[in-house]
Every structure is written in structure tokens, then in C-alpha cells.
Design a protein around this ligand. Structure first.
Ligand code: ADP
Ligand code: MG
Length: 568
């Protein structure tokens, strides 16, 4: 087992490496952010595990990340004293991609570099980004609590395989040495590295330290200069970003922190940072991503917030703090109301979790409402990415139904084009005198909806109708009955109750028409007896000769198709 062993990367890793190197090249400096991010994660994991096993500190509780370089050797080194990796960990984490959606993800790649780099970003660039600038990467690591003989040396040139061998490693944690490619020597430079640490990793809660650079004067001065122990200095601000005051954090810092916690390569659309004191004490920093992740519709996909208790990292993907319909939200919650030894099982029972969930859900809904009001263009972007998920909300979260309803956007007969821009508040605000209901039509697509014969009478009367064309719409409408007291009406169902306005004369005319057509209607009923339950004279139509109408409590056409497709 101490022998050096050569292994192949999982096929997906090879593909990903290749793609990453080519599509992220224009932003190659992010490798440092990714490696520091991992070092920080590893240190937080150690701190968490040490809560129940202090020995893991091995008498060194001073957690930090060390960045160094060797100009002559053209190397950059990132070292941490975090949790480290066992041999099995190394093989698993640095040879495969654990995420089961990988193949699915790779299928979505188009070969267009600009588009692909965005997708890769969403997938998480991670450790492999080292190969953007390095022709060879050495990893030396040992898991905390293991004997020094359990050290592991992993090495790869990023081309299909890696070697792994056992080594003696007295210090716990991970050291990563990048052997820079030709042309990338600029990174073996103190000023450049300091700059990158400040730019991308300032928010990291641990100190990122580098050796102090000797002031220029000193070096030249004298023969018998005693070679002083090189001194370290902390380069970043080393405070957890969410503990800082809002006013002191710049947008860039918020964005960098988002990239660190979300493993998303893009900037966030918006965020909300709140501190709450009192009975329930927590700080939350919640982000709305710019793009939907490729696995948004996979209900098994990892989601949830990063949970901290009194500044100590507890777990990733704590999914108890937000409902499923807000699964796209990324962020951090740090609370004093949970105990440090909380586990996933305990989370499910702790009443404080419910309180936090209620509070955080409200935060998110308020953040979205604010964006909808103040930044409609941004909101439209948000809606195009996540509107479909939000539509699960009214059914899932009865308490917040009104709030969610206000966030919905639709196309309508009075909005321009098929973009969903009309809110229910807009609709209600321009309802006609005497109009009692919110009218909508569901159809498979915008054109069908827009040309539905059911709309004729509404057009004639100048009444707005919402055009619902997403698959989820009809299902959603089956869960909502009214908006602030005004009920919804599917224009293809039951009686329309538009008749208040109809004059006596109109009514008479209709009755007469019905009488006149009696014979025709009888014949139609006979002919269609297998297909329809009734044939009636109508005022719904102004141009079309006939249309199909459902009884008020029938399943809609869309639902019917879904059920049929499901074999019911
Ligand atoms: P991610 O950080 O999104 O999990 P990465 O590709 O950045 O993905 O890292 C893959 C995995 O390798 C990490 O989840 C972690 O288990 C392991 N790893 C990477 N760097 C370190 C490190 N410095 N210390 C311990 N484990 C690490
Ligand atoms: Mg990472």
C-alpha cells in the first residue's frame, strides 16, 4: 500500500478538466479562490468535528491558511491545517465527481465556450481549476487524528491519470503545490498573490497568511545582516463576512462570498443580510442566484443553507430552513438558538428550527417583493429563471399564500407580447366597474391562449384575461381560490357571470336566439351525445360559431392531459 499507484480519472473528470481549462482560461486567476475556499471548508470541518473530539487539534488549534511561492521553481503553494484527507478521501474527492448529475450536466454543454463556461460555473469549478494554470499539481495531506504515517501524496498532470502513494506527514491538513505552466509564472509573485487574496478571499473567516516581503532597502544594506526568521502576516480581513455590519461590506465582497458558499461562478442577482436579536437570535445572508442551476427540477438535488451555530460551521445544505419552493436560495444562517452538537436528526425536531424557517421564509419573500417593486427588470430576469418554482408556493405554503400570489407574473390580454409582466395587483387595479372576478385562460402556449375563442366576449367588453401557459399553471390554480378576496375564474369553465352589465334587451335577444335554435340544438345534442354533456346557446362568442366549455368543477384540459400522460 505504500507503493506508488497510478489510477485513471473518472471519464467525467477528464471531460470536465478539458472543458474547464479551455472555457475558463480568460479568468484563470480564480484557481486561488477555489483552493483557498477548499482550505477554509476543511478548517471549518475540523472545527466542527473537534467539538466532539478535541484530540483532532493535535495541540494545534490555531487554524489558518498559508499561501507561499517560489519564483525560481515556479510554484505556488496553498497549505492548511484543516481536516485533511485519508487515502480513500483523496481517491474519492480528487479522482471522481461525486455529484450524480454530472453526466446530465455534461450533456447540456454545447461546445460554445461562452455558454459552457457559465454552465461549468454553476456546476462548481472547484479543485480542478488548479489545472488552468498548473502543468502539475501535488497534494500532500493527512487526515486529522491519524498517525503521521497515514499521509498521502497525490500527483497529477491533469491528463487522464493521477498517482497516489503513502507518505509520512507529521502536520495535519493539506498542502497543495502548483507547478505553473509556461507563461503562468506571473502567479509566483508576492504582490500578485496578495492582490488575489484580497480580491477573492477577503471574506474568508480564517486568516490567510503570507510571508512578509522584505522591504527593498534592507536587502541591499549590509553584509552581516542576520537572516531573521521569516515573519508571517495576515493578508485578508479574516472575519466572517456575515458578522460584519452591512454598511461596511461592499457589493463586490457580497458577491465573492456568494461564490464561495454557492460554488457558483456567476454573481448573485440580489441578497438580503439581516441580524436579529431577542428571543430568536440569528444572522442570515440570503442570495438569489442569477441563473437556475441545471438540476433545479431534480427534487433530490442538494439544496439548503449553510448552517452556523455561534459562528461555528455545522453543516452544508441544511434544507430545513426554507420550503421546497424556495430551494434556489443560497446563503448562510448563523444562530444562537441551536446547540453546537445539533445534527440533521435533531434539526427535524427542534422547535427553533420551525421559528427560523418561518422567519427566513418571510425574509426571502420580502426580498423578492422588494426586487419586484424597485427593480422590475431584475425581477423579470428572476422570474424567467425561478418563476416556475415559485408557482409551487401557493400549494406548499398556505400561510404565505397572499405574499406569494403578489410575486406571480403573467402574460395577459392587455400586456405586450408574451412576457409575463402582469401582477395580480396590476390586474385588480384595472378591473372594470362591476367586474367581480379575475379571469384567466389556460393553454399549452401563448398563441393558443391568445387566440382562444373563450376570449371573444372579454375582448368585446374590454375585460382583461390572464394567459396561463405553463404546465404547472392549472395545477397551481387548483390550489388558489382568490386573491385578496377576489376569486379566480377559468373562462373555459362554467358560467361567466358577466351578465350583470347585460341589458334587459340583450337578455331578451339571447332568449329569442335560444328559442330559434331549439331545433338545431336538439340535433347537435343527438349527434354529440357521446362527446359532450350539454349544448347551449351562448353570449361568450362574438366571432367563432362554437366553443367547448367545461363544467365548473371539471378537471381542466391541461390537467387532463397530465393525468392521461401519467396513465390515469
Ligand atoms: P467542492 O469544494 O465544491 O466540494 P472541490 O472540487 O473544490 O469541490 O473539492 C472537492 C473535494 O475535495 C472537497 O469537497 C473536499 O472533500 C476535498 N478537498 C479539496 N481540498 C481540500 C482541502 N484543502 N482539505 C481537505 N479536503 C479537501
Ligand atoms: Mg471547492
Amino acid at each position: 500500500e505504500t507503493q506508488k499507484e497510478t489510477r485513471g480519472f473518472q471519464t467525467e473528470v477528464k471531460q470536465l478538466l478539458n472543458l474547464m481549462i479551455h472555457s475558463l482560461y480568460s479568468n484563470k486567476e480564480i484557481f486561488l479562490r477555489e483552493l483557498i475556499s477548499n482550505a477554509s471548508d476543511a478548517s471549518e470541518k475540523l472545527r466542527y468535528e473537534a467539538l466532539s473530539n478535541g484530540d483532532l487539534y493535535e495541540n494545534d488549534g490555531d487554524l489558518k491558511i498559508h499561501v507561499s511561492f517560489d519564483e525560481a521553481a515556479k510554484t505556488v503553494t496553498i497549505e492548511d491545517n484543516g481536516i485533511g484527507m485519508s487515502r480513500d478521501n483523496v481517491i474519492e474527492h480528487l479522482g471522481t465527481i461525486a455529484n450524480s448529475g454530472t453526466a446530465n450536466f455534461l450533456n447540456q454543454l454545447s461546445g460554445d465556450q461562452a455558454k459552457d463556461s457559465q454552465l461549468i460555473g454553476q456546476f462548481g469549478v472547484g479543485f480542478y481549476s488548479a489545472f488552468i494554470v498548473a502543468k502539475k499539481v501535488d497534494v500532500f495531506t493527512r487526515r486529522a487524528g491519524q498517525p503521521s504515517t497515514e499521509g498521502v501524496h497525490w500527483s497529477s498532470e491533469g491528463e487522464g491519470e493521477f498517482t497516489i502513494e503513502s507518505i509520512d506527514k507529521p502536520s495535519r491538513g493539506t498542502k497543495i503545490v502548483l507547478h505553473l505552466k509556461e507563461g503562468e509564472e506571473e502567479f509566483a509573485n508576492g504582490a500578485r498573490l496578495r492582490n488575489l487574496v484580497r480580491k477573492y478571499s477577503d471574506h474568508i473567516a480564517l486568516p490567510v497568511v503570507m510571508q512578509k516581503e522584505a522591504p527593498l532597502g534592507e536587502e541591499q544594506d549590509g553584509e552581516e545582516k542576520t537572516v531573521a526568521e521569516p515573519e508571517d502576516e495576515t493578508v485578508n480581513s479574516a472575519t466572517a463576512l456575515w458578522t460584519r455590519n452591512k454598511a461596511d461590506v461592499t457589493d463586490e465582497e457580497y458577491a465573492e462570498f456568494y461564490k464561495h458558499i454557492s460554488h457558483d461562478y456567476n454573481t448573485p442577482l440580489t441578497w438580503a443580510h439581516n441580524r436579529v436579536e431577542g428571543n430568536l437570535e440569528y444572522t442570515s445572508l440570503l442570495y438569489v442566484p442569477e441563473h437556475a442551476p441545471y438540476d433545479l427540477w431534480n427534487r433530490e438535488a442538494p439544496r439548503g443553507l449553510k448552517l452556523y451555530v455561534q459562528r461555528v460551521f455545522i453543516m452544508d445544505q441544511a434544507d430545513q430552513f426554507l420550503p421546497l419552493y424556495l430551494r434556489f436560495i443560497k446563503g448562510v444562517v448563523d444562530t444562537n438558538n441551536l446547540s453546537l452538537n445539533v445534527s440533521r436528526e435533531i434539526l427535524q425536531k427542534d422547535p427553533n428550527v420551525d421559528k427560523l424557517r418561518t422567519a427566513l421564509t418571510k425574509r426571502v419573500l420580502d426580498m423578492l417583493a422588494k426586487m419586484g417593486k424597485n427593480e422590475p427588470e431584475k425581477y423579470a430576469e428572476f422570474w424567467s429563471q425561478f418563476g416556475g418554482v415559485l408557482k409551487e408556493g401557493p400549494a406548499e405554503d398556505y400561510t404565505n399564500r397572499e405574499k406569494i400570489l403578489k410575486l406571480l407574473r403573467f402574460a395577459s390580454t392587455q400586456s405586450e407580447g408574451k412576457e409575463p409582466t402582469v401582477s395580480l395587483e396590476d390586474y385588480v387595479g384595472r378591473m372594470q366597474e362591476g367586474q367581480k372576478k379575475i379571469y384567466y385562460v389556460t393553454a399549452e402556449n401563448y398563441n393558443t391562449a391568445k387566440n382562444s375563442p373563450h376570449l371573444e366576449i372579454f375582448r368585446k367588453k374590454g375585460i382583461e384575461v390572464l394567459l396561463l401557459t405553463e404546465r404547472i399553471d392549472e395545477w397551481m390554480m387548483s390550489h388558489i381560490f382568490d386573491f385578496e378576496g377576489t376569486s379566480f375564474q377559468d373562462v373555459a369553465k362554467g358560467e361567466l357571470e358577466l351578465d350583470d352589465a347585460a341589458s334587459e334587451e340583450d337578455k331578451k335577444a339571447q332568449e329569442e336566439a335560444a328559442k330559434k335554435s331549439e331545433g338545431l340544438i336538439e340535433r347537435l345534442k343527438e349527434r354529440l351525445t357521446e362527446k359532450v354533456s350539454d349544448v347551449r346557446v351562448t353570449t361568450r362568442l362574438t366571432e367563432s360559431p362554437a366553443c367547448l366549455v367545461l363544467n365548473a368543477y371539471d378537471m381542466g384540459a391541461q390537467m387532463r392531459q397530465i393525468m392521461q400522460a401519467a396513465g390515469q
